[in-house]
Design a protein around this ligand. Sequence first.
Ligand code: AMP
Ligand code: ZN
Length: 494
Amino acid sequence: MLLYQNQELKVYNSLSKEKEIFKPITEGFVGMYVCGPTVYSNVHLGNLRTFMSFDVIFRYLKHLEYKVRYVRNITDAGHLEEDEVQNSEDKIAKKARLEKIEPMEVVQKYTVDFHKVLDTYNLQSPSIEPTATGHIVEQIQMIQEILENGFAYEINGSIYFDVTKYNSKHNYGILSGRNIEEAIHNTRELDGQSDKRNPQDFALWKKAEPQHIMKWTSPWGEGFPGWHLECSVMSTKYLGEEFDIHGGGMDLKFPHHECEIAQNVACTGHAPVRYWMHANMLTLNGQKMSKSTGNYILPAEIYEGGNPILNKKFTPAVVRFFMMQAHYRSILDFSNDALEAAEKGYVRLMDAIKLIPHLKTSNLSQFDVKQWQQACYDAMNDDFNTPILIAQLFEGVHQINLINDGKVQITAEDLSVLSATLQAFVFDVLGIEQPNSNQDSNKLDGVVEMLIEMRNEARANKNWALSDEIRDKLLALGIQLKDSKEGTSYTLLS
Ligand code: AMP
Ligand code: ZN
C-alpha cells in the first residue's frame, strides 16, 4: 500500500470553487505546472510566498508517495510592461536598455538570484524548469494550430486570439467568472489598440518593431510570442494535453490563466487542467506586496538586515514557519511583530524535537499517537491546511513536554511514531529547517579568529597578561589555541 491509497486528499479547485477529492489522471502520478517568475528583477517576499505555497503542495504530494512531475517555467521573453497595449515594451528588454546590458544578461542575473533565494528558503527544485525562449518553435506551432482552427487572425505581422469567436463556441470567463460580453460592451477603445478587432483579443505573436532587440523569425515575419502562450505550450509539451494541477498566484487568474485555457481549448477542443489552484497574496501594511508600488521587502533583507521594517534579523526557517501559519488561500500580512511571534513558536517546536532523544519511555501509553498522527494527515488532506497542521504539531509538542515532566507515559514504540511523524511533517512536508549548525560553526570561526588577532596585537605590544588571559579563558571554554610557524589555529576540546 502506498500512502496516498490510505488518505483522502481534497483540493480546492478554483474552476468549480469547491473542494474536490483529488484523483490524478494516471493513478500514482501527478503532473503539476506552476507559473514561474519573469526574470527582470529580484523576486520579493510576495513572489516567494506563492512559490513556497506550491513547494509545500509538491512536498506533500511526494510524501503521499505520488510520483510528481513538477514543471515551473522561467519567463525570459514576451512579458510586456502593460498587457495588450500597442508598443508596450518587453519587461526584460526595458531593463536591458536601462542598464545598458544584453537582455540575456538580465535573464541570467535574475535567474541566478531567483534560484539562490529559493535555495536559501529551502524550496525544492521543480522536475523541469523550461524557458520561453527555449520554446519559440513550439509556440509558433501552437499559433498555427489556433489559426487553422479559426480562433485567431493575423493583422500586420501580429497574431491575435479572437475572443468573441472563441466565446461563441466555448466559455471565455470559465475560470475568472468574468462576463466577456459585458466587458466588450463596457471597454472603450484604448489608444494604440486599433489593429485588434476587439479590445478583449490578446496577442499570440507580436510583430517586432525595428528597434526591438528580442525577436525571432516566424511565418508572419520577425516578432516575439505573447506571454500567455508560453505556459500553454510548455505545460502541454511536458505534461500533456490534459494534466492534473495548474497553479499560480491569485492575480494570475485573469487574464493570464483565462487566456491559457482559451488557447488550449482552441487547439484541442477540451480543457487542459483538472485542478486550478491559486495562492493568495502576501501584504505589507495591508497592501499587496508589489515591485511596481515599492511596497515590498526582499527575501535577503530578512536575514541580512537593512530594511527599516524589521527591528532585527530573522532566519529563513522562521520566515518559512511564519508563512506556513497561514493557509495558502488566505491573505497574509507581513510585519516585524508577526515574525517575532513566529520565532517564538519555531523555537518551541525545535526545543521539543531536541528533547525527544532524552525522553523516558514506559510500558504503557497515555497519549493516542495514532489518532494524533491521522489528525496531522487530515489537516493536510483538507486542501493543504498548514495552520491546522501546525496546531496539531503543537499538540505533539505539548505531549512531549508532559512526558518530559513525567506527567504522561509513553511506550518506546509510540514515542518513535511521535518522533517520526513530527519530523516528517516539520522537515519534509513544511520544509522548515533545523537551526543551521553550519552557520553556527561559521560564526564560531569568526569569533575565535577575532580573538586570535587581538591576542597577536597584545603580544606585539608585549602585553603578556592580556595575551595569556585570552588563551586561558578560551581554554576554559574548551577552545584550545595552538601556535605554530604558520600562525595560530584552534581545536575544540570535547
Ligand atoms: P511575476 O514574476 O510578477 O509573474 O510573479 C511571480 C509569482 O508571484 C506569480 O505567481 C504572482 O502571482 C506571485 N505574486 C506576485 N505578487 C505577490 C504577492 N504580493 N503575494 C503573493 N504572490 C505574489
Ligand atoms: Zn503562466
